[in-house]
Design a protein around this ligand. Structure first.
Ligand code: GAR
Length: 211
């Protein structure tokens, strides 16, 4: 069977950002839009947490926000269907997970195949899941970093777009390592979104080629 190839669109795109907390990566993406580096608009900032600090920041920045309470849905798929409905209503081209701490259902991932990207605070495929900065310290790895990747149904395993490396120091705590990684996240996430809407990302199987 011929390999399926996806090429990201060269256009002014519409983004839905999904957050659960602080929203610093969301802000860096928005900053890059405001200063003209990313050819896109943020159509919606969505959260599964009512008190996510990033939602307040989004409101202050004049962006549309939406919180939907997951507890009102018996099934995870029903919740995700509601989010998909909101994304479709706004003609969203790309979904940016930016500290969205709820795993998307395979149905959601397939519905927006090659249209969802995520930032993960480790060098994939090492350390999927949560508390990955602590896991890096516990393993005694000398380097860790950040990964921006397309989201597939397999958690933290989709095709890698960009990575950045940081050293792990012997006296690092989860917090100090997370802070060092975050500096790099703030560079590679906006850059990945820029490449996406420049039409420069080509996904072939599990690899992303930058054109
Ligand atoms: C970031 O470090 C991001 O990599 C991580 O959550 C933080 C969110 O910070 N995401 C994950 O761990 C996803 N599995 P932010 O809200 O300030 O962008």
């Amino acid at each position: 069977m011929a390999e399926e190839i996806f090429r990201s669109p060269k256009k002014r795109g519409r983004i839905m950002v999904m957050i659960s907390g602080r929203g610093s990566n969301f802000m860096k993406i928005h900053d890059a839009i405001l200063d003209g580096r990313i050819n896109a608009d943020i159509a919606l900032v969505f959260s599964n947490k009512e008190d996510a600090a990033g939602l307040q920041i989004a409101k202050k920045r004049g962006l549309e926000t939406l919180y939907i309470n997951p507890k009102l849905y018996a099934e995870k798929e029903e919740y995700d269907k509601e989010i998909i409905h909101e994304a479709r209503k706004r003609n969203v081209d790309l979904i940016c997970l930016a500290g969205y701490m709820k795993v998307l259902t395979p149905m959601f991932c397939n519905e927006f195949k090659n249209r969802i990207i995520n930032i993960h605070p480790a060098l994939m495929p090492s350390f999927p899941g949560l508390h990955v900065q602590q896991k890096a310290i516990d393993w005694g790895v000398r380097f860790s970093g950040a990964t921006v990747h397309f989201v597939s149904a397999e958690v933290d395993m989709g095709p890698i777009i960009l990575q950045a490396v940081v050293p792990v120091m012997q006296d690092d705590t989860e917090e100090t390592l997370a802070a060092r990684i975050l500096v790099e996240e703030h560079k590679i996430y906006p850059e990945s979104v820029r490449l996406f809407f420049e039409g420069k990302l080509e996904v072939r199987g599990r690899c992303v080629f930058i054109l």
